[in-house]
Design a protein around this ligand. Structure first.
Ligand code: FAD
Length: 419
């Protein structure tokens, strides 16, 4: 069978490339060994955020009385939370499958490999002018710290839990670790988070990391920073009917006994990419984010410019955390200006009962070079800064824009006058 483009992997990188190629009138075959939508839709962005929303509602309900809403006896039915998440994922997956079909993408539900420049799947050979490898990534474990899918769980396993553990230790405080710490803590699970680096969320601006630590402390999340496990042992319980114990000894000497462990210390590309194919998305091992994969695919197929230095990051902490561009620790002292503003200065934050956070903007030569936001709507706000940076707008250009009131965005506007 002959096609213009053969794509291996039906995640954001693969399906975006397929849609873009069809728009150009090219014939496309797409191979998916598991579920269309990839990690993002089935095991990542969407299911996590669906559960996170339930956690958020539960947390907000606890303070509802302060807002004049009386609710009594609120409780969590975690099996239902998971069921709700599954419904969302299934609905979105069906809609994506239908779009691919309606767009004329030939989807083959099987594992594929590349041999001698051809794609082999189910014993068939597919000859394609261009081959794209978009096979994604998988959770990474380590020598001495292997997933056993029972006590030592991956981000895939954690989505399958039907009941909440009493306590959990999360190893790694990147986006996945932070989001699950926030979810479990909201649901009343005793959470400990272990991070090898000096601060939580090591890829963030250090001021953001410190703020997250402060927020976690207020939520009684235990933090073990600048350390890592020297051993993780599962000790069978001597009493019948009692759960086995999981004992983590840290290099710093502390001993933790959580019910289970979430190992969230990075992801590894699925396969090494043969030189005859173009790699897109997580498999490249560059920036492992869905929007990076999507933008990369659009840029490759439709030749639309993509500045890889301007990829926003969003972490759905409590509140949201987002940043783009340079961090303060990346800049040389005396070469930049900064504006800093507390979210509590905004009327909207009080109306929403969410005054936690700040907006920090870094500038050089009258232009924004980085922005770091901790706020309820940080995920939407960071996009405004990204658009300004992408279009080379100066701070004076941005001052000409009219920002609506009362919004969180007007915090960006006010920040411009604080340099
Ligand atoms: C818990 C979690 C939360 C996340 N949250 C966010 C978030 O909020 N925002 C964000 O931007 N990113 C998030 N991510 C990251 C995001 O999911 C990935 O960056 C994105 O899915 C990468 O897309 P991809 O197309 O490169 O790979 P994937 O989505 O992994 O898709 C690859 C696909 O290829 C298939 N495949 C692999 N090998 C073969 C083969 N040989 N034959 C056929 N099919 C094959 C796989 O089954 C898979 O479906 C999260 C990830 C996790 C794990």
């Amino acid at each position: 069978m002959n096609f213009n483009i053969g794509i291996i992997g039906g995640g954001p990188a693969g399906y975006t490339a397929a849609f873009q190629a069809r728009k150009k009138g090219l014939s496309v075959v797409l191979f998916e060994k598991d579920k269309i939508g990839g990690t993002c839709l089935n095991k990542g962005c969407i299911p996590t955020k669906a559960i996170l929303h339930s956690a958020e509602i539960f947390e907000e309900m606890k303070c509802a009385a302060d807002l004049g809403i009386n609710v009594e006896n609120i409780s969590v039915d975690y099996a239902k939370v998971v069921e709700h998440k599954d419904k969302i994922v299934e609905k979105l997956r069906k809609s994506l499958e239908l779009s691919l079909k309606n767009t004329g993408v030939v989807v083959v539900n099987t594992e594929a490999s590349i041999e001698d420049g051809k794609i082999i799947a189910n014993g068939e050979t597919y000859i394609c002018e261009k081959i794209i490898t978009a096979t994604g990534s998988k959770p990474r474990d380590f020598e001495g710290l292997r997933f056993d899918h029972k006590f030592i769980l991956s981000s895939d396993d954690i989505l399958e839990l039907k009941t909440l553990p009493k306590s959990i230790a999360i190893i790694g405080s990147g986006a996945i670790g932070i989001e699950w710490a926030r979810i479990f803590s909201a649901f009343g699970v005793e959470v400990s988070i272990i991070e090898l680096a000096e601060h939580l969320l090591p890829l963030a601006d250090v001021e953001v990391s410190k703020r997250v630590e402060r927020i976690f402390k207020s939520k009684k999340i235990k933090m073990y920073i600048n350390t890592s496990p020297s051993s993780v042992l599962r000790t069978p319980s001597p009493t019948i009917g009692e759960k086995d114990k999981c004992v983590i000894t840290l290099k710093s000497g502390e001993v933790l006994e959580p019910e289970c462990v979430l190992l969230a210390a990075g992801r590894t590309p699925f396969v090494s990419v043969p030189s005859c194919s173009l790699a897109l998305g997580d498999v490249c091992g560059k920036i492992q984010l869905a929007h990076f994969a999507i933008k990369q695919a659009i840029s490759e197929i439709s030749e639309i410019e993509f500045d890889e230095n301007l990829v926003p990051s969003v972490v759905y902490g409590c509140p949201e955390i987002a940043w783009v561009g340079k961090r303060e620790q990346d800049l040389k002292e005396g070469t930049y200006q900064k504006s800093n503003m507390l979210i509590s200065a905004l009327g909207k934050s009080h109306c929403d009962n969410c005054t936690e956070g700040f907006i920090k903007i870094l500038s050089q030569d009258g232009k924004i070079v980085g922005a770091h936001i901790v706020a309820k709507e940080a995920s939407a706000m960071i996009q405004q800064i990204t658009i300004a940076m992408q279009n080379n707008m100066t701070i004076d250009d941005l001052k000409k824009v009219c920002f609506a009131h009362p919004t969180y965005s007007e915090g960006i506007f006010e920040s411009l006058f604080r340099f």
